[in-house]
Ligand binder design. Structure first.
Ligand SMILES: Nc1ncnc2c1ncn2[C@@H]1O[C@H](COP(=O)(O)OP(=O)(O)OP(=O)(O)O)[C@@H](O)[C@H]1O
Ligand SMILES: [Mg+2]
Length: 411
């Protein structure tokens, strides 16, 4: 038999109902019409009381028990109906998606990301987003919030590396009056503000061990205390954390709490570097040209300018690309066509790997050849030490490991 049609619809009520039923060794079933057997039944649509719905067939239960289950099913059926309506509204043929909640891209990696957000968003789970600078971690966190039941509540962002420890403590958790010099009045923290919503903790790897403990407590017990205060406060906040550091290595080095690491790593979302999804570059260019066109129609790129942008490796990822396009639009002034001479020097002068004579001039092939060559050389230089090779090449260790595997460069 195929999987039940509600599988994958993450519904708290439904899960609750199923838990109760399991304890009584009863099964939830989908029926097209109300069956003749003794059962509890709730139609998914009030317009079709004898149409499709959730049923529990249980001839051995007493009438009051059946009534109770029917009542629970009623709530679950309403949830199923609205989740289904939402899902139907979103269904597009696969491959047709070119963007998602402001995230632009239609490469396989991005399509996979969109479907992951579809599933992760409503789940309410804690999420860890990993990715290099400028890959869109905050954008994705926002999309997950939008896709969740918390969407009408706050989405709060804090960059944990932007404050010193004491400031971050009072920023996140608030402080009591007189907690420290200058604390003239009591102040609520961002966790108070984020109640019922989502908290995006960026650069969580930069958080001190003391604050790691406080965050862990929010995750485990939903409680915290303000700086200089003893009262315990309760919050209901979903945490999404991000980092561009290698947290598992930090755990091994004793710089990041292992318990917190496992608690936030419930669902791991890895954002691809832009160079790993080059097919998206033209679409992103078009998107940013449109976004940064002020008044007049979007400007266009001269062919050489476009080619240089396509060949560049984008170590700063989408953020670097966006900044470059904004810069080009400004520098072009009234001109409608943007020439290559306006490009930033590092992009104008980078050498696009030339195909060897007689080789087909495929850009991805040339990039792969260059990647293979540079990574192979760095691995040899550092006797196979990936951390040092990654440092040398200015890529993340995670990324290097992936490429070493891809090109089979492990000695
Ligand atoms: N896929 C994308 N589509 C459209 N815009 C994007 C995409 N990815 C990133 N951006 C844009 O690039 C900029 C950087 O994105 P964001 O701040 O989400 O990245 P980040 O991973 O949090 O970066 P950092 O690590 O530097 O904080 C933003 O202006 C964002 O709107
Ligand atoms: Mg960010």
């Amino acid at each position: 038999m195929s999987a039940p049609w509600w599988q994958g619809l993450d519904l708290r009520v439904l899960r609750h109902v199923r838990g109760v039923l399991r304890r009584r060794e009863l099964e939830l079933t989908l029926v097209e019409h109300r069956p003749a057997e003794a059962c509890s039944y709730a139609a998914v649509s009030p317009q079709a009381p004898n149409g499709a719905g959730l049923a529990v067939i249980a001839p051995t239960l007493s009438t009051p028990e059946l009534g109770l289950i029917e009542h629970m099913l009623g709530e679950a059926a309403a949830d199923v109906a609205s989740a289904l309506a939402e899902r139907v509204a979103q269904i597009e043929p696969p491959g047709a998606r070119t963007s998602y909640a402001g995230i632009v891209g239609s490469s396989p990696a991005m399509l996979e990301l969109y479907s992951l957000i579809d599933r992760v968003g409503p789940s309410g789970s804690t999420v860890m987003i990993a990715g290099e600078n400028g890959t869109g971690k905050e954008l994705v966190a926002r999309a997950i919030h939008q896709r969740s039941e918390r969407r009408d509540h706050p989405f709060i962002v804090t960059n944990c590396s932007a404050f010193n420890d004491n400031l971050l403590d009072s920023e996140l958790f608030g402080h009591a009056r007189g907690a420290f010099t200058g604390a003239v009045s009591e102040k609520a923290g961002l966790f108070d503000v984020a109640d019922l919503g989502t908290f995006f903790l960026d650069e969580i790897g930069d958080m001190s061990p003391m604050l790691q403990v406080k965050v862990l407590r929010v995750l485990q017990e939903g409680t915290f205390t303000r700086v200089g205060d003893t009262a315990t406060r309760k919050v209901d906040v979903r945490i999404i954390a991000a980092t561009n550091r290698d947290l598992s290595a930090m755990v091994k080095a004793g710089q990041f709490r292992e318990d917190l690491y496992y608690r936030i790593n419930v669902i791991n979302v890895e954002l691809p570097a832009l160079r790993a999804r080059r097919d998206d570059v033209p679409r992103l260019i078009e998107y940013f040209l449109g976004r940064h066109s002020n008044g007049g129609g979007p400007k266009q790129l001269a062919p050489e300018c476009f080619a240089q942008l396509l060949g560049y490796a984008w170590p700063g990822n989408v953020r670097e690309l966006e900044n470059e396009i904004e810069r080009l639009v400004v520098l072009a002034g009234d001109a409608q066509i943007i020439g290559a001479e306006l490009l930033s020097p590092r992009i104008r002068h980078h050498v696009v790997a030339e195909p060897a004579p007689g080789e087909p001039g495929s850009l991805p092939a040339a990039i792969e050849a260059l990647e293979r060559k540079m990574i192979g050389a760095a691995m040899r230089r550092h006797s196979g030490n990936k951390t040092r090779a990654a440092d040398d090449l200015k890529v993340s260790r995670r990324n290097l490991i992936r490429l070493v595997q891809k090109y089979e460069l492990e000695k």
